[in-house]
Design a protein around this ligand. Structure first.
Ligand SMILES: NC(=O)c1ccc[n+]([C@@H]2O[C@H](COP(=O)([O-])OP(=O)(O)OC[C@H]3O[C@@H](n4cnc5c(N)ncnc54)[C@H](O)[C@@H]3O)[C@@H](O)[C@H]2O)c1
Length: 321
């Protein structure tokens, strides 16, 4: 049966990769992207000439339409601390306001998918973090607009599921990186690559021993595709999705330096409430999505991302007057 799908935040990094996958669907009739281009770019989906795709440049929390959708995938929200910490109320509006508004655009019986985050675990007291871990979030801290709006949106969706039977799918994404990240995104891998290619000096906050599990975007979108629409799955989430191979930030910085001769590392004061570790417990993901693994090594993923960043930086330089 032909399906109409709305994706909020589809001009962003992960959203644009998801759009490419959605357009491969033969049952897709219409794909509406709602994005205000806050952290995303029209360029990220400009390569698609598919007539089923349309773009509405609007705030998701106030988007109005006469159309109702079979599936809604809500990604609209900055994911980078340096972006969401600058505009907390806008971040809360995008997540919570966006979800409240989009629920009104879902057909009865339609499916609502949401990208939550590993940040719902806050500064985790256990590692790796299973979905059952209720987290250690500071609701007055500098990251709270993001962490708490993701938690509140999860509450909204799971409670609507409990009371009204809403068909929901919620993933908790861990650090994801890859091509189409903004060059000024501000998170570790994109920052290191951008700095290596421009100033040559990579900024490591603190001693760099804080670790992260870095998921390459193609692997992460494989899981989203299977969980959001492809596999027949009764589990609704929350479901951790990421790479469970933990790597210290300093090791990533050193690897980027090894790819860009002449670049070097400088240590700065630690970022506020930067979690010391973040690693998904993927036991549930492996049960729900049998055979799925984040297989791209950080070395391969970073090399591919670096190639993409090189092209972006050359393109910007070429456009200079
Ligand atoms: N990238 C990661 O490592 C990561 C990790 C955990 C969760 N996530 C989640 O995945 C989703 C996508 O993340 P991303 O890395 O692609 O981020 P991104 O910043 O690249 O994309 C977000 C998109 O949402 C749009 N947007 C923001 N507020 C909006 C609003 N009010 N109305 C309409 N559009 C709006 C932006 O313009 C952008 O295109 C987010 O919900 C994020 O919280 C990402």
């Amino acid at each position: 049966m032909a399906r109409s799908v709305l994706v909020s935040g589809g001009c962003g990094f992960i959203g644009s990769h998801l759009i490419d996958r959605l357009l491969l669907r033969t049952d897709l009739e219409a794909l509406v992207v709602v994005d205000n281009l806050w952290t995303g770019s029209r360029q990220n989906i400009a390569h698609s000439t598919d007539l089923r795709l349309s773009l509405e440049i609007q705030d998701v929390e106030s988007f109005r339409s006469d159309q109702r959708f079979d599936e809604i995938i809500h990604l609209a929200s900055p994911a980078s601390p340096s972006w969401y910490m600058r505009e907390p109320s806008r971040t809360i509006k995008a997540n919570v306001g966006g979800a409240l508004n989009l629920l009104t655009l879902l057909k009865p019986g339609g499916r609502f998918c949401f990208t939550s985050t590993s940040e719902v675990y806050g500064e985790p007291l256990i590692s790796p973090q299973p979905e059952s871990y209720t987290g250690s979030v500071d609701c007055t801290g500098p990251r709270s607009s993001y962490d708490e709006s993701k938690r509140c949106t999860e509450a909204l969706l799971f409670e609507t599921q409990r009371v009204e039977g809403l068909d929901v799918r919620v993933v908790r994404l861990f650090n994801t990186y890859g091509p189409r990240t903004r060059t000024d995104d501000g998170r570790a891998i994109s920052n290191f690559i951008n700095q290596a290619l421009t100033t040559g000096i990579l900024t490591v906050y603190g001693d760099g021993s804080q670790s992260r599990s870095w998921g390459y975007v193609d692997d992460i979108v494989d899981a989203l595709e299977r969980f959001f629409w492809r596999d027949r799955i009764s589990h609704r989430g929350p479901l951790n999705i990421g790479n469970d191979y933990e790597v210290p930030v300093l090791q990533i910085a050193k690897f980027v330096c090894s790819l860009v001769p002449g670049s070097s590392i400088e240590h700065h004061a630690p970022a506020p409430q930067d979690p010391t570790n973040r690693c998904p417990d993927l036991t549930l993901a492996r049960r729900v999505l049998p055979g799925w693994e984040a297989t791209t090594s950080y070395q391969d993923g970073i090399e591919r991302t670096l190639q993409w960043f090189r092209k972006q930086i050359v393109a910007v330089d070429t456009n200079l007057p």
